[in-house]
Design a protein around this ligand. Sequence first.
Ligand SMILES: Cc1cc2nc3c(=O)[nH]c(=O)nc-3n(C[C@H](O)[C@H](O)[C@H](O)COP(=O)(O)OP(=O)(O)OC[C@H]3O[C@@H](n4cnc5c(N)ncnc54)[C@H](O)[C@@H]3O)c2cc1C
Length: 643
Amino acid sequence: MSRAGIHPRVLIVGAGLAGTATAIRLLRFARGPLEIVLLERRPDYRSAGVAYHRDGNPWDHVFNIQAGRMSVFREDVLDFVRWANLEADRRDWPAPWAELEFAEAGPAPRRIFQDYLVDRLAEASREACPGVVLVEADGEAVDMEVRPDGVEVTIRQAFAGVPAAGQEREPGPGTDPGTGTDPDRETTVLFAEHVVLATGLELREPPFAARVHAHPSFVRDPYSAAGIRKLMALPPEATVAIVGSVLSAYDSAGFLLRRGHTGRIHLISKTGTMFRTYPVGHEHGVLRLPCPKGLLEPYRDREEFLARVRTEWEAACGAVARDHPDVHPVVVAERVAKAWEPHLPEAIERIPTAELRRLLDEFGTAIAASRVGAVEYTMAIIERAMRPADGSVKLVVGQVKEVAPTGSGRLAVSVAAPEERLTIEADLVVSNFGRESDYSRVGQPLWRNLVRRGIAVPHERTGRGLEVDERGTLLGPGGEPAGPVSAVGVLREGDEIVRNGRTGAFSFNLAAIKNQSIAVAARVIEQLELLDGDMAQSVAEYHGHFSNTEEAARFGFEEAVVMEVRRLAARDRSERESLDSRLEACIRSMGGLPTPPTGASRPDRLIRTVVNRAAVERLTDVSVTPRQLRRQLGIANADHLGE
Ligand SMILES: Cc1cc2nc3c(=O)[nH]c(=O)nc-3n(C[C@H](O)[C@H](O)[C@H](O)COP(=O)(O)OP(=O)(O)OC[C@H]3O[C@@H](n4cnc5c(N)ncnc54)[C@H](O)[C@@H]3O)c2cc1C
């Protein structure tokens, strides 16, 4: 019996995309009784987080990437589009969405993603094995202590159990508008055998806006109900300044333009980077390109390194344009950036830490813009409005130094442009979503406490996110696992950069989260299944025997792995159960296996774990596209929309 109750318990902190995706995988992967508690401090963010919640995302906010890349399942890339076409309840959808047939390469409103995740979570809960239960709870985790058998988590606000469907809570008088929780509410301590942290994006207070935080003409968070209300109340001829020119700035500008805004909109950007528009019918693809060897030379200085990057980049883009005429010119940079990812960890290793941090800060936007484009729905209206002749949108290149109130009730934005200092007077200033990625500076109590206790260590090499191992387990100050505590999502940004060469938003967007949710859920189940034995050590040792493909095929290991991949990907309980018993039989019949390490009391369990690890590696292999993955693994999900 577990200390948490009759069954072991896993607590997931944060029910945005990463937390929900991990809960879905846990519900599917668990073969024995388990309580999965999905804790969220803001009920309106449940199954959504900041990027997809309804109140902060009007219908004009569409995904940053094509609808066909928004499936929460890597092995079933069209799941989201099929859901939108066949399952979504469209009764309260406005035109044009209500009648639209969604396409893989087209746009989709971000707000419908919340319904999608709610449906998929409910399905996973329905189809879970007997005794595997999901508890959706409201509250904010504020502290944790690691014990020998698990983790004690302090939660602020009544631990309310399952809230009623659609329940909205009125904020109390002391409620913190950022977190939705009330610091005066009482706390409770919950024990869990494993904790998954999926706390997502942390808001950074921009220093340039210190004097106008509470000013009625300043929008600190354009993804909040209050921010949207201010944009909606604006007269069409008003002058607007939007700080930032990345994808979130386009949301605010596009929203105003679609509402018929005619006044000047200044997009103020430090670098002047604008995103490219994907060509019609664009499909995601992965090219294999040779390693850019020039990046592996020893790092001498910044200028010399940048020159090498430029040379390699131009050569690679030229080669793709020449050798892959099917790749649209607009997508060449994205294909190169993606193809370089496997080579980047080695290149990054050579860059001294302080330099690496500086380069990431300086070129973050440029990297993001080369790795991903924007959909036509978002860009067309902005590009039209930027035409010199009749455009109302103007790109201003320069760094915002201060936003200050003027005597007339407007705001003055002072901008240090390359040649001069400008002042823009505006009726409304929108500060785009500035994230705090340095966890030594994050203000929320959970992170202050975890860093203080050494349970979480800010990522040393990049200053972004936290130190984790390759399976997402939090590492303490000495580099050892801090306890049964894993991380999914934004918190792994720095590790994704240095370990997997993920660049731009791909270090923390859905693409990364899909894979992390699989690996972390599998790791949690493994820990729980191995709890009663001392087998964890033996597993790693035994795993090595099967890394050679020929050896693996000889033992029948390959067949078992493919079966396990299919079990992990199966949505129906009956299909999973059938694959599970076939897999057990397959493992029992494996002949001539290497002898398990001495002391491994249950060789079948050990092999099963090794098979599971290999299956997880296949399912999360990013060197192939999701479609190639499905073909390789013979996963029989529908490949066509509407099937
Ligand atoms: C405006 C915007 C638009 C985006 N659009 C896209 C897109 O179209 N496609 C894409 O792939 N990516 C997009 N992204 C990237 C985005 O970061 C990820 O897709 C994803 O939403 C991150 O998920 P997450 O679960 O890590 O974080 P979040 O979605 O932020 O979820 C974290 C959750 O944890 C809760 N929480 C935090 N701390 C606690 C605590 N102590 N106790 C309890 N609960 C807590 C929060 O309230 C929140 O609900 C967008 C990002 C932004 C900001």
